[in-house]
Design a protein around this ligand. Structure first.
Ligand SMILES: C[S@@+](CC[C@H](N)C(=O)[O-])C[C@H]1O[C@@H](n2cnc3c(N)ncnc32)[C@H](O)[C@@H]1O
Length: 281
């Protein structure tokens, strides 16, 4: 599980989000901080989150997304992560930013959400669910704690039917995922949890390719190399350009996908089985 080295990675690279960035053409190729925020603008602004909305940030890391949502939308956010060190860092950050009344950090497993049913208007999971071995359990929990009409927003990595096994294993290794799954499997999980069919957008050009370009730039190359050498050894650091090249190629050739995904809980609960409207008594 990502623990100390994640925080060191963030420190050395000089960023707060343990995920990819989203590069649009107006951003300089090495403007990683702006592209990390652009990711959130593209994914979350269309939801029109309001100050009276309650949001769950699943797998919050050190709380940067939660803090950004509170600042931008004024909403109430519950941030959870399974790693206690991240939760502590997030809580310190919320207190330091003077937003402790709007942002709460708790150590919690996303597969076992300690919240009452129908608590959240939105659940946000950025590069998190692909870590879970039992994704169905997460979707069932998410459906339970979403309010009717609430939206689940995910940024996820998928595999594709027929993708080369070695390629998929390589992507899983980079992502520290036990099991990447296909769009069809995600659709079946959502349907089984009574969530709507997802709306998906492929984003690897803006995220995988864009972030790789930033990491190759003179601004970030030596920082990423230093981190890799310390944590994974000199050999890995030397091989890194090839590793990043292969990672990008697997997306470009369609063997792996990075998607933004939205799914909703029905605004009115489905009637119990056997009861249809207008049925004679
Ligand atoms: C790739 S990081 C993304 C962090 C954050 N969402 C961001 O955008 O910076 C994945 C996060 O998911 C958390 N995580 C993994 N499994 C979890 C689980 N079962 N319950 C809650 N959080 C989990 C990890 O500890 C890590 O912080």
């Amino acid at each position: 599980m990502e623990t100390a080295y994640t925080q060191d990675y963030l420190r050395i690279v000089g960023i707060e989000h343990y995920r990819l960035a989203y590069f649009t053409p107006d951003l300089a190729p090495d403007d990683l901080p702006a592209a990390l925020e652009r990711y959130l603008e593209v994914l979350l602004d269309p939801l029109e989150i309001k100050p009276d909305h309650v949001v769950l940030d699943v797998g919050c890391g050190i709380g940067a997304t939660t803090a950004w949502m509170v600042r931008r939308y004024g909403c109430r956010v519950y941030a959870i992560d399974i790693v206690a060190d991240f939760v502590d860092a997030a809580a310190r950050r919320f207190a330091g930013d003077g937003m402790a009344e709007r942002a709460t950090a708790q150590k919690m497993d996303a597969l076992d959400l300690a919240f009452p049913a129908a608590t959240f208007d939105f659940i946000v999971g950025l590069e998190v669910i692909y870590h879970f071995p039992d994704k169905q359990r997460f979707f069932t929990e998410a459906a339970r704690v979403l309010k009717p009409g609430g939206t689940l927003v995910l940024s996820e990595y998928l595999t594709v039917p027929g993708a080369p096994r070695l390629g998929t294993q390589f992507v899983q290794m980079i992502l520290e995922s036990d099991k990447l799954e296909t769009e069809a499997t995600y659709r079946s999980y959502l349907a089984a949890a009574n969530l709507s069919a997802p709306r998906l957008t492929d984003v690897f050009e803006q995220t995988v390719v864009g972030t790789n370009r930033a990491f190759r730039s003179s601004r970030y190359r030596s920082r990423v190399k230093a981190y890799s050498a310390v944590y994974f050894g000199l050999l890995f650091a030397a091989a890194m350009p090839a590793v990043y090249w292969l990672w990008e190629q697997l997306f470009k050739r369609g063997h792996a996908r990075h998607v933004f995904m939205y799914s909703q809980k029905a605004a009115t609960p489905a009637p119990p089985p056997g009861l249809s409207s207008g049925a004679a008594g």
